[in-house]
Design a binder for this molecule. Structure first.
Ligand SMILES: Nc1nc2c(ncn2[C@@H]2O[C@H](COP(=O)(O)OP(=O)(O)OP(=O)(O)O)[C@@H](O)[C@H]2O)c(=O)[nH]1
Ligand SMILES: [Mg+2]
Ligand SMILES: [Zn+2]
Length: 287
C-alpha cells in the first residue's frame, strides 16, 4: 500500500497499477507499507478486503496520546537530522530506541551539510561519532551538493526504509534527490510556486530503482515513544545489552538502584553517560 488518506488507501497491485480503495470498517486502519488484499470495483478503484500481518509497525502517539501507526513492514528507520539549526540528541535517541524495540535497523542521516564550514562539520562528526561506534550507519548528505547521496542509496538498497525526523530537515528533498524521475512534494517546490510550504502530510511509499522501498513520512515537532516496559526500553539502547542481567536486582530499571551494572559501565566510560541520561529521561516521561 502506497499511502492512506482518511478512508481511502492508494493500493498498488502486482502489475504496478495504482487503485483508490475504500477500506471496510471492520478492518484495522491501513497504513503506508501495508500489504493488503483487495477486490476491484472498477479499473481504478477497489475495496480492501484484508490487511496482511505486519512484520514491524512504527507507531507514535498523536497530540491526544492516541497511538497512531506511521508505517508498516519496515526493516530500516532512517533518522534524518539537519546540520542546521542544531538538533536534539534526546529525540535522536528516542527514534533509535523505537527502531531497536520494533526490530528495524536504524541509520542516521545528517542532511544540509552544505550549510557547514569545514570546522563545524568536523565538530559535528566528532559529536556524532559515538553513534557510528555503536554500529549505526552515519551518513552526511546534501541535496544541493549531492554529497553522500550515493552512500545513502547504498544504505537503502533492498530494504524497506522510512525517513523520519523533524519537519524541514529535508526528508522529501532526499527522496526527490534519490528519485529524480518521480514527483515528490518538497518544501523547495512550494517556494518556487508560491503555494505555501509543502510540508508532507501523509506517509508515501516510493520504489527505489535498484530494489527496495522508501517511505517519506510527515515531519514531527517532537517524537515520543509509545508506552513500553523498562526492560523493553533498555533493549532500545544497544550498548546496554552486555550489562543487562548483571545488575544486583533482576528487575533493575537502571535508574539509580544500588549495584546497577549499566550505571557502573557509564561511570567507567564503557557506556556514554549522555546515553544513560537519555534512557532515564525517556523512562521518566513514560510514567
Ligand atoms: N541548504 C540545504 N537545504 C536543503 C537541503 N535539503 C533540503 N533543503 C531545504 O529544506 C527545506 C525543507 O525541505 P523538505 O524536503 O520539504 O523537508 P521535510 O523534512 O520533507 O519536511 P516535512 O515534510 O515538513 O517533514 C526546503 O526548503 C529544502 O529546499 C540541503 O541538503 N541543503
Ligand atoms: Mg516532507
Ligand atoms: Zn541496572
Amino acid at each position: 500500500m502506497l499511502a492512506h488518506h482518511g478512508q481511502t488507501s492508494l493500493v498498488e497491485n502486482e502489475q504496478g497499477e495504482v487503485l483508490r480503495c475504500a477500506t471496510r470498517r471492520n478492518l484495522p486502519r491501513t497504513v503506508c507499507g501495508d500489504r493488503v488484499l483487495y477486490q476491484p470495483t472498477s479499473p481504478r478503484e477497489g475495496v480492501v478486503t484484508r490487511v496482511l500481518e505486519r512484520s514491524t509497525t512504527l507507531v507514535r502517539p498523536d497530540r491526544n496520546g492516541r497511538i497512531r501507526p506511521v508505517a508498516a513492514n519496515l526493516d530500516r528507520i532512517v533518522v534524518v537530522i539537519a546540520s542546521r539549526p542544531s538538533f536534539e540528541y534526546d529525540m535522536l535517541d528516542r527514534y533509535l530506541a523505537a527502531a531497536e524495540i520494533i526490530g528495524a535497523r536504524p541509520a542516521i542521516v545528517v542532511n544540509k551539510v552544505d550549510l557547514l564550514d569545514t570546522e563545524s562539520r568536523e565538530r559535528l562528526v566528532n559529536r556524532l561519532n559515538g553513534y557510528a561506534r555503536l554500529g549505526y550507519p552515519l551518513l552526511f548528505t546534501s541535496t544541493l551538493s549531492t554529497d553522500g547521496l550515493r552512500d545513502l542509496h547504498a544504505c537503502l538498497r533492498d530494504h524497506t526504509s522510512v525517513l523520519v525526523g523533524q519537519s524541514g530537515v529535508g526528508k522529501s528533498s532526499l527522496v526527490q534527490a534519490l528519485l529524480p524521475d518521480q514527483e515528490v512534494r518538497t518544501g523547495a517546490l512550494s517556494k518556487v510556486t508560491g503555494l505555501g510550504r509543502h510540508t508532507t502530510t501523509v506517509a508515501m511509499l516510493y520504489h527505489l530503482p535498484d530494489g527496495g522501498h522508501l517511505i517519506d513520512s510527515p515531519g514531527v515537532r517532537d517524537f515520543t515513544l509509545w508506552p513500553v516496559t523498562p526492560a523493553e526500553l533498555a533493549r532500545g539502547f544497544a550498548e546496554f545489552r552486555p550489562w543487562i542481567g548483571q545488575c544486583r536486582f533482576h528487575d533493575c530499571r537502571h535508574n539509580g538502584e544500588p549495584g546497577c551494572a549499566v550505571a557502573e559501565a557509564a561511570r567507567r566510560g564503557d557506556i556514554d553517560p549522555r546515553r544513560l541520561e537519555s534512557y532515564r529521561a525517556i523512562l521518566a516521561r513514560q510514567t
